[in-house]
Design a binder for this molecule. Structure first.
Ligand code: PRP
Ligand code: URA
Length: 209
């Protein structure tokens, strides 16, 4: 079953508090989403593999660690996932970036895929899907399916705010995908919004409402 890690570092909780506030404007919202993504990426990359390598410091020869194993692909779910990309790239600058366009029908809450473009070697990469919101889980579920169909095997899902319903969807449909979230909220409301949540992440990021 998918492991769920709530990354509730004090800095993340403080930034999330500002993000949730309805008085926080687009400029600050955008900056905070990126800052939280950077802090979360630190934890999401904790299990990256290392190998020994011998180097010469100005003083002596020594054996130190360097990253090995799979290279990384960051895959934002458009639109709102775009707001987290720079934050992750800050820590993993060599990562390649794929994109999956997905929108949720406001009436049925069903996700619809409208765009996908991935690095050619996606099957060899460790994939980090990023999206601020995991609500019903429909968008993330379909995004993971689309990635698996194209050969991706090692996939992690990194979100800012999740609802129990979304966690359950991913655990039931993709038990091999671990979930990293900054907050686990109470529930979904009748319109499919996370409660208390932070509202419509895409609109708040891009100032479209
Ligand atoms: C939001 C959010 C997720 C999705 C979550 O995107 O960024 O992708 O909703 O909801 P779900 O878990 O119920 O599928 P939205 O569809 O509003 O598109 P946008 O990012 O383009 O605004
Ligand atoms: N998408 C959002 O942007 N916010 C929610 O609360 C749920 C889905």
């Amino acid at each position: 079953m998918s492991k769920v890690t709530v990354i509730n570092h004090p800095l993340i909780q403080h930034k999330l508090r500002i993000l949730r506030d309805q008085n926080t404007g687009t400029k600050d919202f955008r900056a905070l989403v990126n800052e939280i993504a950077t802090l979360m990426a630190y934890e999401v990359s904790r299990e990256m593999q290392l190998e020994d390598v011998e180097i010469q410091t100005p003083v002596a020869k020594t054996t130190v660690k360097q990253l090995t194993g799979k290279k990384v692909a960051i895959v934002p779910i458009l639109r709102a996932g775009l707001g987290m990309v720079d934050g992750v790239v800050n820590l993993i600058p060599a990562a390649k970036i794929g994109h999956i366009g997905m929108y949720r029908d406001e009436q049925t809450l069903e996700p619809h895929e409208y765009f996908i473009k991935l690095p050619e070697d996606i099957q060899k990469r460790e994939v980090i899907i990023v999206d601020p919101m995991l609500a019903t889980g429909g968008s993330a579920k379909d995004a993971i399916e689309a990635l698996k169909k194209r050969g991706a095997k090692a996939i992690k899902l990194m979100v800012l705010v999740s609802a129990p319903e979304g966690i359950k969807t991913i655990q039931e449909t993709h038990p091999d995908v671990d979930i990293y979230t900054a907050a686990l909220d109470e529930k979904l409301n009748e319109n499919g919004y996370i409660v208390p949540g932070l509202g419509d992440a895409g609109d708040r990021l891009f100032g479209t409402k």
